[in-house]
Ligand binder design. Structure first.
Ligand code: NAD
Length: 334
């Protein structure tokens, strides 16, 4: 409990939740690192050492990893489909973060290293149909991942693997499938589908509009993983000695139209849908094959989408209503 644990990308969505998870488990020697100014972190704790560092730099990674026993790497320049399809070079530059952080970890006292990979490593030709065959871990090869972001993730997974094989660093690599929940991005262009749809519907409620724009034809299918399941999966993986990449993803398949149906029912509205067919929409279908995680841990992510979305919707709603109030106070103040 007293050994130093570093969480890189701690100002972001998953990293912030992981810092809190570790605190509530009794860890008291935590170092949280992010490039963002402190006021922009989703979660920040006074009992944690908080550092603002650009982890694309080698010396920053050395400072971050110094004296640590474990490193969790959630730091990446990333976002939803709209961001990753239009910023491939930026996404690939995250390779600097993982490379320098692995090397810094090897040179100091780090025993175990966690890497946040993604379902975007899976080969594109296995995701052409909405009617999916769930993706199992070996399906990442032969390699043809999502251009830019997915290639960086696959390369970084392999860096981790070779640091294990060549230098004996223990590693844990999770392939996350669309993680969602409170205290994450819901606007600004980096948000993912569940948060974007909640935001659009809440916006419509606040502005009395009856129309919602959906990217693609809405028939594309995905599974979405609630943050609490993601945290449990990370914890199980970190406590194990599994060195191979592992899916951490829900297997509850839904179309984007189905996702909108669920959020509409939570919000108790029915909106007219328009479809932006030339918007970035990613692969046609993707789901997580959970055979391996179930066989290892007798567990798989199981929060029902409608329950996780309910919690997420309420949080985004509160954030937006507060902002709305602040803005109208500013205008009405004499
Ligand atoms: P996020 O964008 O909320 O968090 C990433 C954090 O990394 C941000 O706070 C950002 O400021 C920080 N960061 C970026 N560049 C940095 C740098 N040079 N130095 C220091 N910090 C830097 O994203 P998230 O949703 O929390 O995702 C965390 C990790 O999980 C990422 O690696 C992401 O690719 C991976 N992942 C997430 C999902 C998902 O659905 N959220 C799915 C698959 C994989």
């Amino acid at each position: 409990m007293d050994k130093k644990i570093v969480v890189a990308g701690a100002g972001g969505f998953i990293g912030g939740h992981v810092v809190n998870f570790l605190r509530t488990r009794g860890h008291r020697n935590l170092r949280a690192v992010d490039i963002k100014p402190p006021e922009q972190w989703f979660q920040r704790f006074e009992d944690v050492e908080n550092l603002v560092l650009n982890l694309q730099k080698e010396d920053a990674c050395r400072k971050a990893a110094e004296g640590a026993e474990m490193v969790y790497n959630f730091a990446a320049d990333m976002g939803g489909m709209g961001f990753i399809e239009n910023n491939k070079a930026l996404c690939m530059l995250s390779v600097l973060i993982n490379t320098h952080l692995l090397e810094a970890s090897r040179k100091t006292s780090v025993r175990k290293y966690f890497y946040a990979s993604s379902a975007c490593v899976y080969a594109a030709d296995k995701q052409k149909s909405e009617d999916v065959v769930p993706l199992a871990e070996p399906d990442a090869y032969p390699a043809m991942p999502e251009d830019g972001y997915g290639w960086e993730k696959l390369f970084s997974e392999r860096m981790c693997r070779h640091y294990h094989e060549d230098f004996g660093l223990e590693i844990a690599v999770a392939r996350f499938h669309n993680v969602y929940g409170p205290m994450g991005t819901f606007d600004g262009g980096r948000e993912k589908a569940p948060a974007a749809i909640c935001r659009k519907i809440i916006n419509n409620i606040l502005s009395d509009s009856l129309e919602i724009e959906i990217w693609g034809d809405g028939k594309q299918t995905r599974s979405f993983t609630f943050i609490e399941d993601c945290l449990k999966g990370i914890d199980l993986l970190m406590r194990s000695d599994i060195q191979e990449p592992l899916n951490i993803g829900s297997s509850e398949l839904v179309s984007i139209n189905g996702l909108v149906d669920i959020v509409e029912s939570i919000a108790e509205v029915k909106l007219r849908r328009t479809y932006k067919l030339n918007a970035p929409k990613g692969v046609n279908g993707r789901n997580s094959d959970n055979t391996l995680i179930k066989s290892l841990f007798q567990w798989e992510p199981s929060t029902r989408l409608k329950d996780g979305l309910e919690t997420t919707y309420r949080w985004i709603y509160d954030q937006m209503v507060n902002r709305h109030k602040l803005e109208s106070d500013r205008f009405t103040r004499p």
